[in-house]
Design a protein around this ligand. Sequence first.
Ligand SMILES: Nc1ncnc2c1ncn2[C@@H]1O[C@H](COP(=O)(O)OP(=O)(O)O)[C@@H](O)[C@H]1O
Ligand SMILES: [Mg+2]
Length: 361
Amino acid sequence: MKQANANFDFDDDAPLLEAEDLTVSYSTSQGDLIAVDDVSFTVKEDEIFGLVGESGCGKSTVAQAILSLLPSNGMIPSGSIRFRGIELTELEKRELDSLRWENLALISQGAMNALNPVQRISTQIVEAIQAHREISKQDARERTRELFETVGLDPERMDDYPHQFSGGMKQRAYIAMSLALDPDLIIADEPTTALDVIVQDQILKRLKELRDELNISVVIISHDISVIAETCNRLGVMYSGKLMEYGDLKEIFANPYNPYTLGLQNAFPTLRGEQADLISIPGGPPDIADLPDGCRFMDRCPFATAKCGEAHPPLESVGDDHASACYRHDIIEEMRTDAGKRDTWDQLHAEVAASGGASDE
Ligand SMILES: Nc1ncnc2c1ncn2[C@@H]1O[C@H](COP(=O)(O)OP(=O)(O)O)[C@@H](O)[C@H]1O
Ligand SMILES: [Mg+2]
């Protein structure tokens, strides 16, 4: 059941979240720099949607734009973000405040450090509940107890202070707080990045169970494609502010069409069915103050041709619920199976060059 909200007339037929041609820029001493460029995606009800890409690709900017939490130099020059049919970019602060927590919650990067160190955790959650609901302190405490159980924390510990908790426990406590008002959608930005692998696994598993038990939809943002692979149904691969590949997770993992996705997957050991050394793509995303005219990934791409230097490729449909932005879909299709087996990205570069695959057309 989706949450009603007296301040909004939601459209029951609209997708849960829809970003359309979203562009976000930051005003800096070097001018207005575009961090998110014409990005469109849809998050459906009851799904876990992933946004993946290396650091600096614009993922957190997307999350902050959705919740109008951009830093003061951030702006949305064009595009639209609709939540259950409501245009979020046009809301006033008061309206957003009523939507936030009740319907849409953000677990931001480093959220566990957002807990107030001098207040008991229970006090913080009780106050968050009472800020939105006419409810007695006792009932709010009871709700907090339930929430602790929901996220797998011992309710006996709810009156502890944050410093008495480990990193993983603090992250769970923050997730408990974000669940307090039964939101329809939680956006979790790198929810497990600071945690060790075992705790990371437990928390991701819990987020999945929450989706199943409470019908809460989740957007998970991560630089780590294995996190997305384990948790999501659909995903968007972002590079340098652009959506490079988008759609159904199984379909994209079975048939990746974008060299950038392929590159991220080479750094993903289970693709080859065995634990192998992690291989990453040499180099990094371009500086947003100095973006190339052509494909943003061109400099690092083994398949690039002269055409790629002309303009960034448009996102094209390559399958059922599957789109990719690349001019070389034909050659990727051909080389994909082999590409996953290359030992190094450099070797792939050399082989493609030797086969004449990357020659100028
Ligand atoms: N307040 C800001 N002012 C200027 N540039 C920013 C600001 N915040 C982020 N950026 C830039 O925007 C780009 C995207 O950043 P971000 O959304 O944090 O990426 P990600 O979350 O994928 O690591 C980066 O180039 C980053 O340096
Ligand atoms: Mg980020």
